[in-house]
Design a protein around this ligand. Structure first.
Ligand SMILES: *[C@@H]1O[C@H](CO)[C@@H](O)[C@H](O)[C@H]1NC(C)=O
Ligand SMILES: *[C@@H]1O[C@H](CO)[C@@H](O)[C@H](O)[C@H]1NC(C)=O
Ligand SMILES: *[C@@H]1O[C@H](CO)[C@@H](O)[C@H](O)[C@H]1NC(C)=O
Ligand SMILES: CC(=O)N[C@H]1CO[C@H](CO)[C@@H](O)[C@@H]1O
Length: 583
């Protein structure tokens, strides 16, 4: 597949025809510096008043994405599902969840998106199906064809007839990863919830089916797929252990209970060597259609793993990897105590491990992780959007981050997330619940924040939506929304699409980076501290004299085209600026 790359680089030529950029002609494929926007369909826009977001809702708001300057949207799963894990448990990979709409609705979405030149990416969940899929039901009844599609094992039976699971494996959603199925008198493996039985990737028929699923949606016209939890596809080969899956060793982490996922070191259930070859095989499906249509279909992968494994998803040797292996550095490596040095370190770390010639990608949130305004603080929303949108490479925004949405409050009585429900703990569930980041999108100060006109919505709207919403931020002169749009506009410039990168922690609180292409030079400077600082940007090579403000965080006293001195810049607490060198 190495010859492929040459034939693939056919995409758009960046030729920007205003003023000083005229001569920039560099081949770049559509995805290489694109802005991706993640939609959690259940919570984005409800078009039919049932309190649940849907496909027509998304279609009706595509113009909003255009307005933001988004190039592509990836949708969390919209496939048929009993919704035990809100779509991450698929019962039919070839059809649309009825409460979200029909296949025609989806085709309409693709059509409208294409008119607006917005690409659509779907979320593919290959590790497990729903326990309510026909495949699993047939498998649990030992149907000849499907019998070996899942991981089935005998448990143990003691003298008193007491049954116990095959081994000690624990699910990511807590408790045993094995559930007994009376119809088959065996246990099935589920690395996530018990409604999510794991596929058997050592069965070639399963692999074929998964490739067919990808093909099906790419043929329908989606621009790519994002492959979920890809590092969980394989378990260790039990043949090496006398036909029985071995126990996983204990981590010995303090304060962790035997039911917790962190209780064990998952050496047999994730990051198995076979995974990388499987990714390469799946990538071939994307490439075949890419070549046929002369339009790149992108493969994104999600793997929660250590950095060395994470960058293996770029591909290595004869294995082609993903176009975009998700980079969780800004989530995993930072927390609310992180300072400028930590930020520099987290960014450098990814850039260091990533293959030199491949594109980085940046994201600060998703449907599982606390929002920026809550994880750090609301004053830093613009600063983090500057990182995501102006660091070199691809930008990925989780819906709502562009307006600085905060985590909602979802009480135990209204909690829906299976991860939270599995704690059986009405007090501490809040530490793991993912519901707070899935509350309805805040469009306006109207009923349910303009998300739905139902009496109740599937999750309650977050507090404070009356002031924090798209409508308010659209009409405000200064708002996160306005900053976000300014940033997506800026990133079209060659310095951000193609330019070089250099960064400094100017002190413990102030992180700064420089982007430049030919003589067009920018410095992004963010004060993540809670006090005022005077910094000297001449610490960067070739930065001197005056710089002009291109963008500023909402609370900054500076506005577009204000001048600042490179060698003496006073920054308020939380202030973030995009500056351009004057020539
Ligand atoms: C593929 O598409 C690009 C534009 O996206 C075009 O420049 C190129 O000529 C096309 N190649 C073929 C073989 O059609
Ligand atoms: C699937 O799992 C869920 C959650 O444990 C359970 O409520 C449901 O009955 C199961 N369905 C089938 C068909 O086994
Ligand atoms: C800023 O740094 C430069 C280079 O180190 C130095 O010459 C200059 O005096 C500094 N400016 C101020 C105002 O401290
Ligand atoms: C970030 C992400 O996509 N997380 C998902 C990983 O997979 C599980 C099970 O499919 C989901 O529950 C998570 O939302």
């Amino acid at each position: 597949m190495t010859v492929l790359w040459q034939t693939l680089v056919v995409g758009t030529i960046v030729s920007i025809a205003h003023g000083r950029y005229e001569n920039v002609n560099v081949r770049q494929d559509w995805w290489e510096t694109a802005v991706f926007y993640q939609i959690y369909p259940r919570s984005f826009m409800d078009s039919d008043g049932d309190g649940v977001g849907d496909i027509n809702g998304i279609t009706s708001r595509l113009e909003y994405l255009k307005e933001l300057g988004v190039d592509a949207t990836w949708l969390s799963p919209i496939f048929k599902s009993p919704m035990h894990d809100f779509g991450y448990d698929i019962s039919d990979y070839y059809s649309i969840q009825p409460e979200y709409g029909s296949m025609e609705d989806f085709e309409q979405l693709l059509k409208k998106a294409s008119e607006l030149n917005i690409k659509v990416i779907l979320d593919f969940v290959p590790n497990h199906s729903s326990n309510e899929s026909d495949w699993f039901i047939k498998s649990s009844n030992r149907d000849e064809y499907y019998s070996d599609w899942y991981i089935w094992e005998n448990g143990h039976l003691d003298d008193r007839g007491q049954r116990s699971p095959p081994n000690n494996w624990v699910s990511l959603f807590r408790k045993s990863a094995w559930t007994y199925m009376p119809s088959r008198d065996q246990y099935y493996l589920h690395q996530f919830g018990d409604s999510q039985p794991d596929f058997n990737y050592r069965n070639p028929v399963v692999v074929e089916e998964m490739k067919n699923v990808i093909k099906f949606w790419l043929e329908k016209g989606v621009a790519g797929m994002r492959i979920n939890s890809v590092n969980h596809l394989f378990e260790v080969d039990k043949d090496g252990f006398g036909g029985r899956y071995p126990n996983e060793p204990m981590t010995g982490k303090p304060g962790v209970r035997p039911d917790d996922y962190a209780y064990l070191d998952h050496i047999y259930t994730k990051d198995q060597e076979e995974t990388y070859d499987m990714v390469s095989q799946l990538r071939d499906v994307f490439d075949a259609i890419t070549i046929r249509d002369n339009l790149t279909r992108v493969m994104m992968t999600e793997a929660n793993t250590n950095i060395k494994n994470a960058v293996r998803y770029y591909g290595e040797g004869h294995h082609t990897g993903a176009h975009i292996p998700f980079n969780f550095a800004l989530i995993e490596d930072l927390d609310k105590d992180s300072d400028a040095r930590d930020i520099k370190y987290a960014i450098d770390r990814w850039l260091t491990y990533k293959p030199l010639k491949r594109q980085a990608n940046w994201l600060t949130g998703n449907h599982d992780k606390s929002r920026v305004a809550s994880r750090f603080r609301p004053e830093l929303v613009d600063a983090f959007n500057m990182l995501v949108l102006l660091l070199p490479g691809i930008a990925i925004t989780y819906m709502g981050e562009e307006i600085g949405m905060v985590n909602g409050f979802v009480p135990w009585s209204e909690t829906k997330d299976p991860l939270a429900c599995n704690t059986d703990d009405p007090v501490n569930f809040i530490e793991v619940s993912r519901d707070p980041v899935r509350t309805p999108f805040q469009w306006s100060n109207g009923k349910h924040a303009g998300f739905s006109n139902a009496d109740t919505t599937w999750l309650p709207v977050a507090e404070g939506y009356e002031n924090l919403n798209v409508a308010a931020q659209r009409s405000a002169v200064r708002s996160h929304y306005q900053v976000y749009r300014t940033l997506t506009n800026l990133r079209i410039r060659p310095a951000f699409r193609l330019g070089r990168y250099e960064s400094l922690a100017l002190n413990n609180d102030v992180f700064a980076f420089k982007r430049w292409y030919n003589d067009d030079t920018y410095v992004v400077v963010i004060n993540v501290g809670k006090v005022y600082h005077i910094v000297n940007l001449t610490a960067f090579d070739l930065i001197f004299g005056q710089l002009e403000v291109e963008a500023s965080s909402v609370l900054s006293s500076r506005t577009y085209s204000d001048s600042v001195q490179a060698n003496y810049l006073d920054l308020a607490a939380d202030e973030a600026l995009v500056l351009r060198m004057q020539v």
